[in-house]
Design a protein. Sequence first.
Length: 170
Amino acid sequence: MKRIIFFLAIFFSLSKVSLSEIVYIDIDLIVAKSKPGADITIQLDKLRKSNTEEFKKIETKLKSEEEKIVSQKNVLAKKEYEDKIINLRKKANDYRKNRAKKIKDLTIKKQKSIAELVKQINPILATYSAENKIDMIISKNNIIIGKTNLDITSKILELVNKKVKKIKIN
């Protein structure tokens, strides 16, 4: 009798596990294709273009200054020429440091804005899973193979487009 109860208990607990609803989502696709994600991309592209234009102007200025110094090589005293070269190198190093800093800042802004978007997506996922009795949502990156009917990316994408407004990049 005890064996029968034991087997029934195991059978019912295993059947409950198999009835668990597990779905998956492609969060990268949502970040890339959603309206707020596309807006983040547009804002970052504008910043990148503005930085590139600024970098080109500075590079042009440094090149023309270098050409001017080289053309004056025979006219200037050796000490004065060396001082101008040292000054130009200092400006070039400052430019490189400034450029590296702006590129790093842009990368940080991208990471923060994507993290903010994901932060706003999490409550949407929680609500969706509660409403649809979903036990677990797994990232598509962690799945080798899965049935396409378990992919809820398109449904979540629609919800994100409705509920998440524009994310401002600081």
